[in-house]
Design a protein. Structure first.
Length: 244
């Protein structure tokens, strides 16, 4: 088994039982993804924005596809700053896109796009400090057919804004945006019991903000250093990676 393979100057390492190989056309093929802990770890070269394109993955019954974005802070400690999972809900007719709510802000904006135009949005109220619910489902997608729950692109972007208050104290607002490209038909609400209907989409954006004491945040902050993907969907083809 190869130790790592480079894709657009990013080192891709196998995780768990996964095996990686490079195709003649340049893409990286990841195989033997039989467990939800199998996958790849990507060294992202320490950038604040990460974009991945991949061969479309169909999320069907029994399958899960997840990711974690990790940084190294000023003390070289590993810290997870974003985490999500896309999985089929057992016994239901939909899949769920969920995020680790402990890493999100009090309000999470979910936007749906089709052909470059926003077609729907809603806001999910979060309790980021609650230990009782550390995962919340944001998007419910129909999986009645193969074409209704697909992931083909993933990216992550972080922006920071420093504000000085009347007392001279500075705070840093950190806004993260995660984007999921592919296709599907999602409910117009994050609640499975809401009868408001569905919307077709080809891209989902999830945005939230958190406020930190600037002095503390500067010690704990750092660029994205690695992205970990895992899932039990047999194989995965990484097509390109962009860091900005």
């Amino acid at each position: 088994m190869l130790n790592y393979i480079e894709l657009n100057a990013n080192k891709v390492y196998p995780k768990g039982n996964a095996k990686i190989s490079k195709k003649d056309s340049g893409e990286i093929l990841v195989t033997e993804l039989s467990k939800s802990t199998d996958g790849v770890t990507i060294d992202t070269n320490g950038e604040n924005k990460f974009e991945l394109s991949l061969q479309p993955v169909n999320i069907n019954a029994g399958l899960v596809f997840g990711a974690s974005m990790n940084i190294l802070d000023k003390y070289k400690r590993v810290k997870t700053v974003a985490q999500w999972a896309y999985h089929y809900e057992p016994g239901k007719d939909y899949s769920v896109l969920a995020v680790n709510s402990l890493l999100e802000g009090k309000e999470i904006l979910v936007q749906f796009f089709k052909n470059g135009q926003e077609v729907h949005q809603y806001t999910v109220i979060n309790q980021p400090n609650s230990q009782h619910t550390n995962w919340i489902g944001l998007v419910l997608s129909l999986v009645a057919s193969v074409a209704t729950a697909v992931i083909s692109a993933i990216d992550y972007e972080k922006t920071t804004t420093v504000t000085t208050g009347p007392d001279g104290k500075t705070t840093t607002t950190v806004t993260t945006k995660k984007s999921f490209g592919g296709g599907g038909s999602a409910k117009k609400s994050s609640s499975p019991n809401d009868p408001s209907g569905h919307i077709d989409f080809d891209h989902i954006y999830i945005t939230s903000s958190r406020v930190f004491d600037t002095e503390v945040y500067e010690e704990l902050d750092g660029p994205i250093r690695e992205v970990v993907f895992s899932g039990n969907f047999d194989k995965l083809e990484l097509q390109s990676i962009a860091n900005i």
